[in-house]
Design a protein around this ligand. Structure first.
Ligand code: MAN
Ligand code: CA
Length: 305
């Protein structure tokens, strides 16, 4: 725009010049026309002077115009240079912007590529996980079924085991009742007692009691001691130091707390390791005896816990 304006300004200036020159020529023409009527010598000098002055004026005007035009051209050139520089800067900026945009485009392309790659990987991973998930679900379902089946079997086993235990307990109770129904068994304070009519060693006597779901008698109280003495029979009871010499204990493994040893008993040391009731006329009726000795015995079956 500035450039066109400049051109316009310059053509206007040229018009101005040509107008000025034309008017000067007109004046010259007019004068030469007028002079042709004056006397020849004087008017020749005058004409010469006038011509010189006119020429000088015209020259001055032209010089002014040339200067003016030169200045305008200079200004235009300066303007043009500025415009050129602006254009160069604009081009440079555009190029820089273009480079920038291209770099950004490349960056975006790379990012897009990376993203596509990642998307592919993730898709693959997702598909694999879907398969794994499906397998896991199937396995879980199978395991649940298996567990339920086993639980069912276990429940059945539980029921079977329980019923077997109940049967065993019933059989045991029946056997006990059969035993107790036999002659020779006496009830006393929660237990049933049996006194043999024959004699055996301490071990054999014990085996007899065990086979009747009983054991050799254990004496835990003065009442029981008095009860045992009341039979007035020389007989084995469930007392022994076979496990540890000198440490007397009952056949159920409980230690001896209250004892009713006869005077000077126990005196058999390693020779007499089994206990019996011997001096039953006195409260302190116990004696240690050789276990191989053959004696009657007394069994006790506990009927309460
Ligand atoms: C026998 C055995 C012994 C007991 C004495 C008591 O020898 O019964 O165990 O100590 O008699 O005099
Ligand atoms: Ca003794």
């Amino acid at each position: 725009m500035a450039f066109y304006k400049e051109q316009y300004d310059m053509s206007a200036a040229n018009d101005e010049i040509s107008t000025t020159v034309n008017s000067s020529n007109d004046i010259l023409n007019r004068h030469s026309h007028e002079d042709s009527k004056a006397p020849s010598a004087a008017s020749g000098v005058q004409l010469y002077r006038f011509g010189t002055v006119t020429f000088g004026l015209v020259a001055l005007v032209q010089l002014g115009l040339i200067t003016f035009l030169a200045l305008r051209i200079q200004a235009s050139q300066k303007n043009l240079t500025e415009v050129k520089e602006q254009l160069i800067r604009a081009i440079y900026n555009t190029e820089a912007n273009y480079t920038n945009v291209r770099e950004k485009k490349d960056d975006l392309k790379r990012a897009l590529n990376d993203f596509s790659f990642q998307l592919n990987s993730l898709t693959e991973e997702r598909d694999k996980l879907k398969i794994v998930n499906y397998e896991m679900e199937t396995r879980s379902k199978n395991l649940t079924e298996e567990r339920d089946e086993l639980q069912g079997k276990l429940n059945n086993l539980d029921t079977e085991a329980r019923s077997r235990i109940i049967s065993l307990e019933r059989d045991k109770l029946r056997k006990r009742l059969t035993t107790l129904a036999q002659s020779g068994w006496t009830l006393f304070r929660g237990s049933a007692y049996y006194i043999s009519s024959t004699t055996k060693t301490w071990q054999e006597s014990r085996i007899y009691c065990l086979s009747a779901d009983a054991d050799l008698m254990i004496i835990n109280s003065k009442e029981e001691q008095d009860f045992a003495n009341s039979f007035q029979i020389y007989m084995w009871i469930g007392l022994t130091d076979l496990r540890t010499e000198g440490t007397w204990e009952w056949v159920d493994g409980s230690p001896l707390t209250t004892s009713y040893w006869g005077t000077t008993e126990p005196n058999g040391k390693t020779e007499e390791n089994c206990g019996d009731i011997k001096t039953f006329t006195t409260e302190r009726s116990w004696n240690d005896e050789n276990c191989s000795h053959s004696l009657k015995w007394i069994c006790e079956m506990k009927l309460t816990q």
